[in-house]
Design a protein around this ligand. Structure first.
Ligand SMILES: [Zn+2]
Ligand SMILES: [Zn+2]
Length: 355
């Protein structure tokens, strides 16, 4: 079967690998229909992702179809179309016992620390499959991206009437915006790129957009009746931005880091002590985030239409891949099509966005 392998930074191969064995206890055999490309895959390709090991089959944003399940599996059945929660947690450590498998002490994310879904079929723990009879495979593959934003918003706990600043209008920032908007809070997006900001305002319905400048703090005050934002969510992964974000928080406010950096984040303590700020990190997402997002898309409360800007097949993706992070391409989400079977239907299939 066709399998994409990231052999080392900068080099994918398309190999022929054997089909998997039948599912063992608790497992499902799935056929891969869609694989979304995200910053993690790009960092792995560029050799900038510290958790990435090579060679690796990438792919953690997946829309799959169940082909076969072990007799003990009850949550899914053959024919079900599913989103995949790619975080393989142990179930025993302190985090797992507290219901926080997203930060399990020995967490293995498929496509990053263990092999992922860029192959025709693979075996996965059935409890990591989230089925929907309504969503298209494109939408199912988008659920994981959205889940990162859903969890970040949960961490910030924005309330109706509060002011929320999202820093960084890349896919994680956009995903976060979707869920902050649903709280009824006022949304403000800060970025360095005017095109992305206009997209946030015109398509993603952000209440206000701000271009980063020397007067950012003053701009934030004027957007918030002089108070600064109650919640600041930094989705840049830039240590410079994350360090500056301490200065943007209103009294009693919360600062959430959803992006990740290996650089040092520093701040002058009084800047954050004065407002009695709370710092939170947001890592991955929880199973209940997947359930909630699937329902929100099914109910039409989240429109996945604007998300997919680029498409490739498993045959063309190796050549196309550098386009997905070329700034001039303005890629939001690239989707790899592993199959085009008749089961690929769905109300919001965004083929027209193909580039
Ligand atoms: Zn991702
Ligand atoms: Zn654990």
């Amino acid at each position: 079967m066709k399998t994409i392998i990231l052999e080392q930074p900068g080099r994918f191969t398309c190999s022929d690998t054997p089909f998997p064995a039948p599912p063992g206890a608790g497992e499902a055999l799935v056929r891969v229909h869609r694989v979304g490309i995200c910053g993690t895959d790009i960092s792995g390709y560029l050799g900038k992702m510290p958790f990435f090991q090579y060679p690796r089959i990438p792919g953690h944003e997946l829309g799959v179809e169940v082909l076969e399940v072990s007799p003990d599996v009850v949550n899914v059945k053959p024919g079900d179309r599913c989103s995949v929660e790619p975080y393989m947690n142990c179930g025993r450590c302190i985090a797992c016992r507290k219901g926080a498998g997203n930060c399990c002490a020995t967490l293995k994310v498929i496509g990053v620390m263990i092999d992922g879904g860029m192959r025709e079929r693979f075996l996965i723990r059935a409890d990591k499959l989230h089925p929907s009879p309504k969503l298209s495979f494109d939408q199912l593959a988008l659920v994981e991206t959205l889940a990162i934003g859903c969890h970040a918003n949960q961490r910030g706990n924005a309330q109706r009437g509060e002011n929320v600043l999202i820093i960084g209008a890349g896919p994680i920032g956009l995903a976060t915006l979707e869920f902050v908007r649903l709280t009824g809070a006022k949304t403000i997006v800060l970025d360095v790129d005017e095109h992305r900001l206009r997209f946030c305002r015109d398509v993603m319905k952000a209440d206000e957009i701000l271009l980063l400048s020397d007067s950012t703090e003053a701009d934030l005050r004027s957007a918030t009746d002089g108070n600064l934002p109650d919640v600041v969510i930094d989705a840049t992964g830039s240590n410079k931005s994350m360090s500056a974000a301490f200065g943007y928080v209103a009294p009693t406010g919360r600062l959430v880091f959803v992006g990740i950096t290996t650089g040092e984040v520093t701040f002058k303590h009084p800047v954050f002590h004065r407002p009695e700020g709370t710092l939170l990190c947001s890592r991955n997402a929880l199973p209940q985030d997947f359930t909630r997002i699937i329902k929100l898309i099914e109910d039409g409360r989240i429109d996945t239409g604007p998300w997919i800007t680029h498409r490739a097949t498993c045959e063309t993706m190796i050549d196309q891949f550098p386009r997905f992070f070329d700034p001039s391409e303005k890629c939001i989400k690239a989707m790899i099509e592993f199959s085009n079977e008749s089961t690929d239907h769905g109300s919001a299939d965004t083929r027209s966005a193909s580039s």
